[in-house]
Design a binder for this molecule. Structure first.
Ligand code: ADP
Length: 395
């Protein structure tokens, strides 16, 4: 059977990220983004081989953008597209694995929207548009939360009255599951271990950041919670704060919920601390030039990350390795070394040269000799979504 092609779609409220994945290749055949959907400056940008191109698609909505994309995808796939994999942020407790999309699955994703009011409706826009455009193609939903459905109850319950959990679904769900799952499998391969018989700490550090404890291929704890705001300091998200901060701001500054949500989701994290940027690359450059805010933001980011990893270690029977992934985890020797420096009690220590070498997609072990394994593993959520889609087609 020739290698199959899966189109992977990740829809935001005004954007569609896409990648055409061939099961035989780790590089994407075609990838890109449609941005500013619904606006006059909507644009479709793509990359195929080394070539980049773009097309203005004024006022295009999700469906119009996908229909522009169709000929490009069919061309790149040589006319042979086998299925579509959709990234869906929140699967609630209903979805513990990827699902072939049918009316019942669509309804369940819709019903989960109150838990992810920004993300699930946007994901649904993409799914509904793709179903109309490609009614005969198998389509699969892959959930960010699904991997974490193996958390034990003592890890997913908050210390709140039970009714909030039973009647309103208030619990830890966790996110970035597709990435934590992908890199933990890759890490086991790299280490010559079986993923079904090994234990990992994983740090996914992109614009959103989370840690995860993975035992024998299953998530046992993770830092994000009911929403992706909990846990680590991130690009613009605060991560953990005292829950009373909400009432404090309301009482002392008269802020309403919307203002507080904007603060915590869009004005905090690296951006809030540095007063400069949410982008780690810019902060590292500013730190080199003595910028106090950038220096502090990086210190807080690494210390909070180390604290979270130490907490996650409670869920492991042993430590086979710590994994760094995501744009920061894959590219910042500085963040990796500062974080690991706080984890001496776990016995961790880095080899300076190996740490410096693992950037821009280079995977590898970076621990110093005789210390527990630390791996840099580039993530590939699109590939994992394509593999999950193919597995369901085979099933
Ligand atoms: P997303 O979560 O949107 O997928 P990414 O995984 O691409 O984001 O990660 C984006 C983050 O990675 C940004 O903070 C960016 O500055 C950081 N990053 C990318 N390259 C480097 C680098 N060379 N050094 C430090 N940080 C980097």
């Amino acid at each position: 059977m020739p290698a199959r092609n899966i189109l992977v779609i990740n829809c935001g409220s005004s954007s569609i990220k896409f990648a055409l994945v061939n099961e035989a290749h780790s590089q994407f055949t075609l990838s890109g983004i449609a941005e500013c959907l619904g606006h006059h400056d909507a644009v479709l940008q793509w990359q195929r081989g080394g070539e980049k191109d773009s097309l203005m698609i004024p006022n295009a909505d999700h469906r119009a953008a996908l229909s522009q994309l169709l000929p490009l995808v069919q061309g790149a796939a040589g006319g042979k597209l086998h299925g579509i994999g959709h990234r869906v942020v929140h699967g609630g407790e209903r979805f513990t694995r990827a699902q072939r999309i049918d009316a019942a699955v669509l309804e369940a994703i819709r019903a989960t929207a109150p838990l992810a009011p920004l993300h699930n409706p946007a994901n649904l826009l993409g799914i509904e548009a793709a179903l109309k455009l490609y009614p005969n193609l198998p389509q699969v939903a892959v959930f960010d939360t699904a991997f974490h459905q193996t958390l034990p109850e003592h890890a997913y319950r908050y210390a709140l009255p039970e009714a909030l959990y039973r009647q309103h679904g208030v619990r830890r769900y966790g996110f970035h599951g597709t990435s934590h799952r992908y890199v933990s499998h890759r890490a086991a391969d790299m280490a010559g271990l079986s993923s079904g018989d090994s234990s990992w700490l994983s740090a996914h550090l992109g614009n959103g950041c989370s840690t995860c404890a993975i035992v024998n291929g299953q998530s046992r704890d993770t830092s994000m919670g009911l929403t992706p705001l909990e846990g680590l300091a991130m690009g613009t998200r605060s991560g953990d704060v005292d829950p009373n901060l909400h009432s404090h701001l309301a009482r002392t500054l008269g802020w309403n919920l919307e203002r507080i949500e904007r603060l915590l989701n869009h004005e905090s994290g690296l951006l809030g601390l540095s007063g400069l940027s949410n982008d780690m690359r810019s902060l590292e450059q500013a730190r080199d030039q003595g910028h106090a805010g950038a220096t502090l933001a990086i210190e807080v980011f690494c210390y909070r990350l180390a604290k979270s990893l130490a907490a996650m270690s409670c869920a492991l029977p042993q430590l086979d390795g710590l994994i760094f992934t995501g744009g920061i985890g894959e590219n910042s020797p500085l963040v990796r070394s500062k974080t690991v420096a706080h984890l001496k009690l776990l016995g961790l220590s880095l080899d300076k040269e190996a740490n410096a070498r693992c950037i821009r997609g280079v995977a590898g072990a970076i621990q110093s000799y005789g210390h527990p394994r630390v791996l840099v593993v580039p993530t590939n959520e699109e590939r994992q979504i394509a593999l999950d889609t193919l597995a369901l087609l085979d099933g």
